[in-house]
Design a protein. Structure first.
Length: 163
């Protein structure tokens, strides 16, 4: 997010953002829109259709923030809208705070402390050889190679049938 310096005619800070929201009106389904910038009193949105100046709507923003607003200008698919009631400080902060980063959970079996919660495989004592199982990388290469060979055989069969 980038804080825009207020222009001479603006009374408050505007934040350049980019997040999805929904427009609710008398239609049975919500319409997706993109919020381009945001201030306590209004926002700049982009929608797929032109909304006449004065259009009233409810905008559902992230973090369960919903506001009634009215379009005050438009330029193509871009529309400036003013909230009927300004965003509270808490609402504005929740919209400007970055979403949490969700990292994938990886578990190294060598480092696992509670192996009792993991499904255990019984060792195969009937195997004649003592070879190690294939690594995930080797398995992926084996599958990719087998797939390529099968496609080559199918292609050759189709070519031979056409000849």
């Amino acid at each position: 997010m980038i804080l825009e310096k207020p222009a001479e005619r603006r009374r408050e800070e505007r934040w350049r953002v980019c997040f999805g929201a929904r427009r609710l009106d008398a239609r049975p389904h919500a319409q997706a829109l993109t919020v381009i910038d945001l201030s306590a009193s209004g926002l700049l949105i982009k929608v797929d259709q032109i909304l006449p100046v004065g259009t009233c709507m409810i905008v559902e923003l992230p973090n369960s923030v919903s506001k009634i607003c009215r379009t005050v200008w438009n330029s193509g698919n871009y529309h400036g809208a003013q909230f009927s009631e300004p965003l509270s400080t808490a609402e504005l902060e929740s919209l400007l705070s970055p979403p949490p980063t969700i990292w994938p959970l990886t578990l190294e079996l060598d480092e696992a402390t509670d192996l009792g919660s993991l499904p255990q495989e019984e060792p195969d004592h009937d195997a004649d050889d003592n070879s190690e199982p294939l690594s995930q990388t080797a398995s992926a290469w084996l599958i990719a190679g087998a797939t390529a060979i099968l496609w080559a055989l199918l292609g050759f069969g189709a070519w031979a049938a056409a000849a």
